[in-house]
Design a protein around this ligand. Structure first.
Ligand SMILES: Cc1ncc(COP(=O)(O)O)c(C=O)c1O
Length: 405
């Protein structure tokens, strides 16, 4: 039976790369009484969150909000735009790209998985020139969509989506561009319209600082047109009726009212701070983390500094050290959760989340917990990472992201 009668002093450190800690302000908003989802107040709430979320995706186009986790929004993106047997080009960036590809197979699509050998793709992210070459070879335009993950949460690599758009355009190929920014949105810069993304997929439990439970599709006019002749079966996920009813702030089914209160609060917080400041904050914390990891003498999972993730840092443990045993020790001794290695890198790395409601001192405590745990687990560290992180955090101005440094 679940033991609920415990009390641990202080807050649990939820330093996984999502769900991220939910700020008290958002938790309070979620606790407002549930209202009639067909009543007048609800319409106001609906219109507010639908307008606000567009600013986060940087789009003028419709954004659909589902009462579902990110996986649901993946399925919505595929089933609204494609037909059984359609070829789709996907890129192996890590565990989540792999899961999306498996979903495409289950739905009856024909995904082709481009990638670098071994786990190189899991360390370097999307290679736009490979996409361009493959599309150039597809002279018959059999490939109907290119699907890529913006921030690969399993590795800590943030791929260059604008470069993927340029690659598709350079090949003169009409494929749709579908992007998973489930963990990138509201942490790293993201521009649905400017980058010519056709469907952007995201979720609530990462940069938006909400609990899991709502997810999004931002939809280009080209994707909306594809919806008209896409033959994959869909009912709940179909955009048409939702977009129509959203015009007045309502949904065709019962929406997740209390999470929408939370979304409204999160939008006030993020847009109040300003997206550029939010991104700089993430970059700054990520750089502090990488400085600590380098001081420890450990390797960062992302091998290309131009695509370092501002959301999380993957830390590779030395040969023979089980990263999950280190995580377990840290959880038991210091009440902190870190992300596990997924798929091909299981046991070889752990992930430090530094997204959402995280500040300088939250991060320093997180790094201290990691360092103590690594030492207790007998992992040889070159030196303490704390001075390097503290120096960066005390000297780098708040407005400075690592890429600006
Ligand atoms: C990049 C990415 N894609 C997809 C998913 C799946 O989303 P969910 O677990 O909310 O269904 C996740 C979850 O962590 C993710 O990080």
């Amino acid at each position: 039976m679940l033991k609920l009668d415990f009390h641990l002093a202080g807050r649990h450190f939820l330093q996984i790369p999502g769900p991220s800690p939910v700020p008290d302000r958002i938790l309070r908003a979620i606790s407002y009484p549930t209202i009639d989802h067909r009543g007048p107040e609800f319409g106001e709430l609906g219109l507010k969150v639908l307008a606000g979320i567009k600013q986060i995706f940087k789009t003028q186009q419709p954004v659909v909000i589902y009462p579902a986790s990110g996986t649901g929004a993946w399925e919505a993106a595929l089933s609204n735009t494609l037909s059984p047997g359609d070829a789709v080009l996907m890129f192996e960036t890590g565990h989540f790209a792999t899961l999306w590809k498996k979903m495409a197979e289950k739905l009856g699509l024909k995904p082709e998985f481009l990638g670098l050998p071994g786990i190189e793709g899991w360390r370097r992210g999307v290679q736009p020139q490979m996409i361009e070459e493959r599309l150039r070879a597809d002279t018959q335009h059999a490939i109907k969509a290119v699907c890529v993950v913006h921030n690969e949460t399993s590795t800590g690599v943030t791929s260059d989506i604008a470069a993927v758009r340029r690659a598709i355009d350079a090949a003169g190929h009409p494929a749709l561009l579908l992007v998973d920014t489930i963990s990138g949105l509201a942490c790293a810069d993201y521009r649905h319209d400017e980058w010519g993304v056709d469907v952007s997929v995201s979720g609530s439990q990462k940069g938006l600082m909400l609990p899991p439970g709502i997810s999004f599709n931002a939809i280009s006019p080209k994707a909306m047109a594809a919806n008209q002749h896409a033959k994959l079966p869909r009912s709940f996920w179909d955009w048409t009726e939702i977009v129509e009813m959203n015009k007045s702030g309502y949904w065709p089914y019962t929406p997740n009212t209390n999470l929408l209160y939370g979304l409204s609060e999160a939008l006030d917080m993020i847009l109040g701070e300003g997206l550029d400041k939010v991104f700089a904050r993430h970059e700054r914390l990520a750089e502090a983390t990488r400085r600590a990891v380098r001081a420890w003498g450990l390797e960062i999972q992302c091998a290309d500094p131009s695509v370092y993730s501002p959301v999380l840092t993957g830390v590779m443990t030395p040969e023979g050290v089980d990263a999950d045993a280190v995580r377990k020790l840290i959880y038991e001794r210091f009440d902190m959760s870190l992300g596990t290695g997924l798929g091909k890198v299981k046991g070889r790395m752990f992930r430090i989340g530094h997204l959402g409601d995280c500040n300088d001192l939250t991060l320093l405590a997180t790094l201290a917990g990691c360092e103590m745990g690594l030492r207790l687990a007998g992992v040889p560290l070159r030196e303490s990472g704390m001075p390097a992180a503290m120096e960066w955090l005390s000297e780098a101005p708040k407005t400075l992201g690592s890429k600006a440094a």
